[in-house]
Design a protein around this ligand. Structure first.
Ligand code: SAH
Length: 465
C-alpha cells in the first residue's frame, strides 16, 4: 500500500520540516497491523515528495481483528488488506505525521499555517461507490479529484471494473488539514474498518474532522462509513457534530446491517432549539446590536443576519479556520455594501481585553465557556462583563446532569470541553459573576425536559444592573 504527497511550494524541501521527517532518511514506524516506511523519492527546491509505504502483517492483523472484521477462517488470510490502501493507511498516515496533523510547524510555522499546493496520489484505493463517491467526498474540501477506475483484469476488459480506483488529489490546502482529511476519509472510502471501534473512535473522528467535517455536505455519509456503519456510534458522532454548531439531521435511518431497537427520535435538533431560544431572548430584550463571542463556523450568525431587527452584528472567534468557514457560509464576498456594513467578523481571544467587543446591546456566548480552561475563566469574565459590558450577556452551556440521556456517552460531549456544569454549578458561577460585575441573572433550560435531569442545554441571561 502506497501513498505519496508532493508539494511545489518554494522551497519544496520545507516539507521535511513540516512533516518532522528528514528528507535524507528512510524511517520505519511499527503499527499494530504492520510496518510503515516513510521516505522521500524526490526532495529539491521545486518539488518534494514524501512516500508512505505500508506493509501489512496478515498474521498480526488476524490476531488483532475485531469482532466485526471478517473473522471466518479463510478471510483472515485471503483478503486484499496487504495490497490495497485502506483504513489502515489512514491510521498509519495519522500516526506517523501526528505532529504535523496538530498544525505545529516550529521553524516553518508560517508555512504550516498557510494553504500550499499539494498533490496526493494513492495508486490503489478501494472505493465503494466508485469514482463518484471519491469526488463527492474530497471535492467539497477544495480538492481536484482524479479517480480512475482500475479494471478487474486488464487482459479481460469484459470483466469490467474492480472496486478500486487510482486516486490523485490536487489542491491548495493547509498540510495539517490535508492529513486530517486523509485520516478520516481513507477509512470512509474503504468502508470496512479493520478494528473494533470504541467510544474513542468518535473522539478521533471529531478531532480530525475539526473545521471541515461539520460543514461537509456529505458529513453523514462520511461519519457512517468511517464508523463502519454502526448506527449507534454514527448517531452519537452526528449528535456531537451538531453540538459543534452546524445543523445536522439527527433522526438517522438505521444502517441496513444494524438491528433496529428503537424508532429514531423525531425532534428538532438541539442546535436549532438553542438558536431559537437565544433569538427569542434577544427579541424579548429588544436587542438591536449583538456580538456572537466564540461564533465558531457561524451557524448562529447565519440566523442573526436573517433578522432585519438587528442593525449591527459581529462575530468573533479565536480560530481563524472557523472564521474562514463562517465567512464562506455568510458569503461575505458577495454581500451588498449595506449588509457588509451591518456585519463584521474578526479574530479575537475572549481572555484578552479588546475594544472591538464593546458597544453592543447584547453579547452571546453560545457553547463557549466550557471550552475555556477553568483558570482562564476569570479573565474571560473580566473581558466580557468588566470591560465590554454589554447590556445583556446570554451564556449557553451543556447541563452535565442530562448526559446519561445520551446513550453510550461516557465522558464529556466534546473532546475539547474543559468541564460541563450541573445546573447548580452554573447557578453558582452565574451568581458570582453577576455580583462581581453588577449584573442580574436568570437561568433557563433549552431543549427537551427530563423531569429529573432538566434540559440538555442550560442558559444564563445576564442583564446589566
Ligand atoms: N458559538 C458557536 C461555537 C461553539 S464551539 C456555536 O454555538 O455554534 C466554541 C467556540 O469557542 C470555538 O469556535 C472556539 O474557537 C471558540 N473559543 C474557545 N475559546 C476561545 C477564546 N478564548 N476566545 C475566543 N474564542 C474561543
Amino acid at each position: 500500500m502506497l501513498l505519496t504527497l508532493s508539494t511545489t511550494h518554494r522551497p519544496a524541501s520545507d516539507l521535511g520540516y513540516l512533516l518532522f521527517k528528514h528528507p535524507d532518511r528512510v524511517q520505519e514506524f511499527k503499527q499494530s497491523f504492520g510496518k510503515a516506511t516513510v521516505f522521500y523519492p524526490e526532495a529539491n527546491d521545486e518539488r518534494c515528495t514524501v512516500a508512505v509505504l505500508l506493509e501489512i502483517d496478515p498474521v498480526r492483523l488476524a490476531r488483532s481483528a475485531g469482532k466485526r472484521s471478517p473473522d471466518f477462517s479463510l478471510a483472515q488470510y485471503v483478503n486484499d488488506r496487504s495490497y490495497a490502501a485502506s483504513s489502515m493507511l489512514g491510521v498509519a498516515v495519522a500516526n506517523v505525521f501526528s505532529t504535523a496533523r496538530s498544525g505545529r510547524g516550529d521553524s516553518r510555522q508560517a508555512v504550516a499555517d498557510a494553504a500550499i499546493p499539494l498533490e496526493i496520489t494513492i495508486p490503489v484505493l478501494p472505493c465503494r461507490g466508485g469514482p463518484d463517491i471519491a469526488r463527492r467526498i474530497f471535492g467539497p474540501l477544495g480538492w481536484i479529484v482524479d479517480a480512475e477506475p482500475i479494471p478487474l483484469d486488464g487482459r479481460f476488459p469484459e470483466w469490467g471494473e474492480s472496486r478500486y480506483v487510482r486516486l490523485t488529489l490536487t489542491g491548495t490546502l493547509r498540510l495539517a488539514d490535508a492529513l486530517n482529511q486523509l485520516h478520516v476519509l481513507l477509512p470512509a472510502m474503504d468502508e470496512a474498518k479493520h478494528y473494533w471501534q470504541s467510544d474513542d473512535e468518535v473522539d478521533k473522528l471529531l478531532r480530525s474532522g475539526e473545521g471541515w467535517l461539520a460543514t461537509h455536505p456529505d458529513r453523514e455519509l462520511i461519519t457512517r462509513r468511517y464508523l463502519g456503519h454502526r448506527s449507534s456510534l454514527a448517531g452519537r458522532a452526528l449528535e456531537r457534530l451538531a453540538e459543534l454548531g452546524d445543523d445536522v439531521v439527527e433522526d438517522l435511518e438505521p444502517a441496513a446491517d444494524e438491528e433496529v431497537t428503537q424508532p429514531p427520535e423525531k425532534r428538532a435538533s438541539l442546535n436549532t432549539q438553542r438558536h431559537e431560544a437565544v433569538l427569542a431572548a434577544l427579541s424579548e430584550l429588544q436587542v438591536r446590536t449583538v456580538i456572537d463571542l466564540g461564533c465558531g463556523p457561524g451557524a448562529f450568525l447565519d440566523k442573526l443576519v436573517r433578522e432585519p431587527s438587528f442593525t449591527r452584528i459581529a462575530g468573533a472567534d479565536v480560530s481563524a479556520r472557523s472564521l474562514q468557514i463562517a465567512a464562506r457560509r455568510l458569503r461575505v464576498d458577495r454581500m451588498s455594501e449595506r449588509q457588509s456594513e451591518r456585519l463584521e467578523l474578526f479574530q479575537g481571544a475572549l481572555t484578552y481585553e479588546d475594544s472591538r467587543f464593546s458597544g453592543f446591546d447584547a453579547a452571546v456566548l453560545m457553547e463557549v465557556v466550557e471550552h475555556v480552561d477553568p483558570p482562564r475563566l476569570a479573565a474571560l469574565e473580566r473581558v466580557v462583563f468588566g470591560a465590554a459590558r454589554p447590556g445583556a450577556v446570554l451564556v449557553t452551556t451543556p447541563n452535565s446532569e442530562y448526559n446519561p440521556n445520551y446513550e453510550g456517552l461516557t465522558g464529556m460531549r466534546h473532546p475539547d470541553h474543559r468541564f460541563e456544569w450541573t445546573r447548580a454549578e452554573l447557578q453558582d458561577w452565574a451568581a458570582g459573576v453577576a455580583a462581581a460585575y453588577d449584573y442580574s441573572v436568570e437561568l433557563r433550560g433549552v431543549g427537551d425536559v427530563d423531569p429529573e435531569r432538566g434540559t440538555s442545554t442550560q442558559m444564563a441571561v445576564f442583564l446589566r444592573g
